[in-house]
Design a protein around this ligand. Structure first.
Ligand SMILES: [Zn+2]
Ligand SMILES: [Zn+2]
Length: 224
């Protein structure tokens, strides 16, 4: 049950963070983002990567992972980087950001697949989703969309990951190819987590707190 609830909880926590820290500076957002990137990357390397290599041919696995990286690159043409912590969509009017919405939903749906019972990946996705939900909620609140549009966006976005998990567990064709899909999702995770770490660099300036957040993310993934 936790595997379905935690990704939804992440969106609630992320949205609540925006509402609670409104007007205050985003003092810990970048640290949370750096921690989440390191945590997701380390969990992917510790848990997910060895598993797919054990089930699939090594070269094919590499190909699927590269395919996942390509999918995420394409998704980010549309989402403008929302999966790794910022939104550049400019909406002066009331046009609903369909491209952002659909690409985020595809991304969230796919990341539901590697979550199984006895799989710690759900914690990686929990931590990864909180800053993403914060960014999305902040963007939606400052837009001119109606309350119903904002709430529908968040509810559908929140339900995509559990939907992916449910389908991976209950639809036999997906269960059969779970290692292939997991390899593709590894590519997605590698791309977003390394982008988060890269973008948190800010011109290669040394930042001790950020470095500590990254080391803590790795350590937490190791000990989980
Ligand atoms: Zn970016
Ligand atoms: Zn994601």
């Amino acid at each position: 049950m936790l595997q379905y609830l935690l990704p939804i909880l992440a969106v609630i926590v992320g949205a609540a963070l925006v509402l609670l820290t409104r007007k205050k500076a985003y003092f810990n957002f970048k640290l949370l983002l750096a921690f989440s990137g390191a945590f997701l990357l380390a969990l992917t390397l510790f848990e997910l990567l060895p598993e797919v290599y054990a089930h699939l041919d090594p070269k094919q696995t590499g190909l699927y992972i590269m395919f996942g990286i390509l999918i995420q690159i394409i998704l980010e043409f549309f989402s403008k980087g929302a999966e790794h912590g910022h939104v550049h969509v400019h909406t002066d009017g009331e046009d609903f950001p369909w491209a952002l919405f659909i690409s985020l939903c595809i991304h969230s749906f796919l990341e539901g697949f590697p979550i199984h019972e006895h799989n710690d990946m759900v914690y990686g996705i929990l931590i990864h989703k909180i800053p993403i939900a914060t960014v999305i909620t902040g963007f939606l609140i400052h837009s001119k969309f109606s309350k119903i549009q904002v709430i529908s966006f968040l509810v559908i976005f929140a339900s995509m990951t559990p939907l992916g998990t449910y389908i991976s567990n209950h639809v036999s064709i997906f269960a059969e190819y779970i290692s292939v899909i997991n390899a593709i999702v590894i590519g997605i995770f590698l791309h977003i987590s390394t982008t988060i770490l890269f973008e948190s660099g800010e011109g290669h300036k040394f930042n001790l707190t950020k470095l500590i957040a990254i080391v803590l993310g790795i350590a937490a993934a190791y000990m989980i």
